[in-house]
Ligand binder design. Structure first.
Ligand SMILES: Cc1ncc(COP(=O)(O)O)c(C=O)c1O
Length: 413
């Protein structure tokens, strides 16, 4: 049983307004609202156990240490790996940069290849471009199919003996497709490469088991799953983490160093967590994961699927809409609004929606290579989470019906 009314009461932001209208938050691909338990976990750190981790010998520091380590166990349980394979990062972006730098610099050489797609977020493109610049390796793009999906067949066709890294999104942040990571991982491994998975848009919405997927790395962000900002996770198979260079050097990640410049780093995961981490954010992420687990990831996925199906079918009834992904797997729908055959500027429409309390993002959603496929570099994105309702979708549809060149321009001037 999915108790939506009870769930909604857990999110104080749902009682707030946007531009004086009841808040309808449909920008969950960007970040998500936080349940009370996450806010309480962050507050608890500030109010009751403030102290640094890995340093203090006093009891309070021990309590913070313990809570931080428990968070690692909770993440490990959530994605089914060992806790020593869980590295806390500042988010997906940090994790991908850490992998590109830490694994890539050591393992790639001139003319090796890195495979990505045009559907990737900037965070899963730019670190690879830089790795290519630093090593002389090449970035190649796996073609999407005509719908914009990453298919196993196209991955297989793109693989060859020069490919060392394949880095793909599990859930597209613009088209809402879920890739068959398990089959892709098998093909990538057969070709002798490793598979990095950007789970920013999948882990918050579908049950994720890294053993089952058999990916080599998986990264995701806490703030897209009800957790705080500036915390994320980099999962890596331990034998790969062991061989990887840390991106950041500093306190907490070394055993010793001397005036001759010698350094001895700790083992993973500590060697990747230099400096004071976002301790309260890690504890908030732990609370967020436990909250999701209490509801049940399968129930969340099912509810979101039903809501997404409803939203798509209602949007398809509009005669002033272009939907770029009419069959998404998860609750991400990208569209534009037209008036007399002209596509309205997405930001104008988003500003008009905002006047009615609706929060949706417009633009390229950091996937700036995707226009090659879409034929436009700007869409409006409706991205759902499990606290959204059909009633909110109805409101969106009602307002979209009235979005015209005139009504949207009125908002701006
Ligand atoms: C698919 C995808 N990858 C990576 C990121 C970057 O996440 P963060 O900004 O939390 O590092 C995002 C954020 O929108 C995303 O949607």
């Amino acid at each position: 049983m999915f108790e939506i009314d009870k769930i909604r009461r857990d999110f104080p932001m749902l009682e707030r307004t946007n531009e004086g209208k009841p808040l309808i938050y449909l920008d969950n691909g960007a970040t998500t609202l936080k349940p009370d338990c996450v806010i309480a976990a962050v507050n608890n750190y500030y109010q009751n156990i403030t102290s640094n981790i890995h340093r203090g010998d006093y009891h309070l520091a021990y309590l913070a240490d313990q809570a931080y380590q428990q968070a690692r166990e909770v993440v490990a349980d959530f994605i089914n790996c060992q806790s020593k394979e869980v590295v806390f990062t500042y988010g997906t972006t940090h994790g991908l940069n850490q992998i590109a730098y830490g694994y890539g610099i050591k393992n790639l050489k001139k003319d090796d290849e890195i495979l990505i797609t045009v559907a990737e977020h900037a965070s899963n493109i730019l670190p690879w471009y830089r790795l290519a610049q630093l090593t002389g390796a090449k970035v190649r793009f796996i073609p999407l199919d005509e719908k914009g999906k990453i298919t196993v067949e196209n991955v297989k066709l793109a693989l060859n003996e020069r490919v060392k890294i394949v880095s793909l999104t599990h859930g597209s942040n613009v088209l809402g497709y879920i890739s068959d990571i398990k089959a892709i991982a098998a093909a990538v491994h057969e070709a002798g490469a490793i598979l990095v998975v950007d789970g920013a848009q999948s882990v918050p919405h579908i049950k994720t088991d890294v053993k089952e997927l058999d990916c080599d790395f998986l990264v995701f962000s806490g703030h897209k799953m009800g957790g705080p900002t500036a915390v994320g996770v980099m999962y890596g198979k331990y034998q790969l983490l062991e061989k990887m260079e840390p991106l950041l050097l500093g306190g907490g990640m070394n055993y010793r160093f001397d005036i001759a410049g010698q350094m001895l780093f700790k083992d993973a995961p500590d060697r990747f967590e230099a400096g004071t981490p976002g301790i309260e954010a890690v504890l908030g992420l732990k609370a967020a994961i436990q909250y999701l687990q209490n509801i049940g990831m399968d129930k969340i996925a099912l509810y979101e699927k039903q809501l997404k199906d409803y939203a798509v079918s209602e949007m398809k009834k509009l005669d002033n809409i272009i939907i770029y992904n009419p069959e998404p797997d998860i609750g991400i729908i990208s569209f534009n609004i037209t008036d007399q055959g002209r596509v309205l500027f997405g930001q104008d429409v988003a500003a008009y929606l905002s006047k009615h309390g609706l929060c949706l993002r417009s633009g390229n959603h950091c996937a700036k290579n995707l226009w090659h496929h879409l034929g436009t570099d700007s869409t409006i994105r409706c991205s759902l989470y499990f606290y959204n309702t059909k009633k909110e979708i109805d409101k969106l549809i009602e307002v979209l019906k009235t979005a015209t060149l005139e009504s949207c321009i009125d908002v701006i001037f």
